[in-house]
Design a binder for this molecule. Structure first.
Ligand code: ADP
Ligand code: MG
Ligand code: MG
Length: 251
């Protein structure tokens, strides 16, 4: 599903190479975690995959279901089924949450050559999903994320995922700064959305989220490269030992 091959990325502004040959494959149905020390390039990877400005790919490739992601506009990436959740979800003053969701869904459907959802069908769907996630009607009407608590923003992010039904979800440190309840909520949301034709890439500095979301594969990123890949036990090792020994072993 997601295939990243020998990706090299530098900052456009400075002559600074951040990703230095990152390769990774996430097959459908799997949950992969990327862990790594601060500054190793985790966020850069998610920004580049989302199509954010300011980064230049100098070598390598990234594709989703065989489609070259790096050639696509951010909207086209979303339509192809890519969903990114960031540490700080964006606030959109003046745009109601439901309007935002409906616009995003219809843009995605249009790009796929599907018909728009009628407002009745949309309302029915959003109400059902919101109820499952214990999101009240008031939160659906408020401007996107404005004044939402940390937990509410996460709940809203899971709602967006449940509505957009992405193929590939990438979550960048979406757990940092969350209390135990909010983290639980993210984990429950992800676990509920796990399916044979969907994959997740969970980027995290700490192991704790992975206590609740059992990854199939864990990768360790250091200085812009994956230096080790293993099973869930690798995350436990990071928890116990920190990154020091792993980095030393990799040379
Ligand atoms: P991580 O998410 O693993 O902590 P980042 O991808 O945020 O790492 O950053 C990787 C490296 O690139 C760090 O050394 C960081 O300081 C640097 N970096 C990232 N973005 C910028 C930027 N816009 N300007 C300057 N340095 C940056
Ligand atoms: Mg960081
Ligand atoms: Mg980061």
């Amino acid at each position: 599903m997601l295939k990243i091959d020998n990706l090299h990325v530098k900052l456009e502004e400075e002559d600074k190479q951040i990703l230095k040959g990152l390769s990774l494959e996430v097959p459908a149905g799997q949950v992969h975690a990327i862990m790594g020390p601060n500054g190793s390039g985790k966020s850069t990877l998610s920004y580049v995959l989302s199509g954010r400005d300011g980064y230049e790919v100098t070598e390598g490739a990234a594709s989703l279901d065989g489609h070259d992601l790096l050639e696509m506009e951010p909207e086209a990436r979303a339509a192809a089924g890519l969903f990114l959740a960031f540490q700080y979800p964006v606030e959109i003053p003046g745009v109601g949450n439901m309007t935002f969701l409906r616009t995003a869904m219809n843009a995605q459907r249009k790009a796929r050559g599907e018909e728009e959802l009628s407002s009745g069908a949309f309302l029915k769907l959003v109400r059902a999903r919101a109820a499952e996630l214990k999101i009240d009607a008031d939160m659906l009407k408020r401007p996107v994320n404005v004044g939402f608590s940390g937990g509410e923003k996460k709940r809203n992010e899971i709602l967006q995922m449940a509505m957009l039904e992405p193929r590939m979800c990438i979550m960048d440190e979406t757990d940092s700064g969350l209390d135990v309840d909010a983290m639980r909520l993210v984990a429950d949301g992800v676990n509920a959305l796990r399916s044979p034709d969907r994959a997740f890439l969970i980027i995290t500095h700490y192991q704790r989220l992975l206590n609740h979301i059992q990854p199939d594969v864990v990768h360790i990123l250091s200085e812009g490269r994956i230096i080790k890949t293993g099973g869930p036990d690798l995350a436990l090792r990071v928890e116990e030992e920190g990154y020091g020994d792993l980095l030393a072993e990799a040379g």
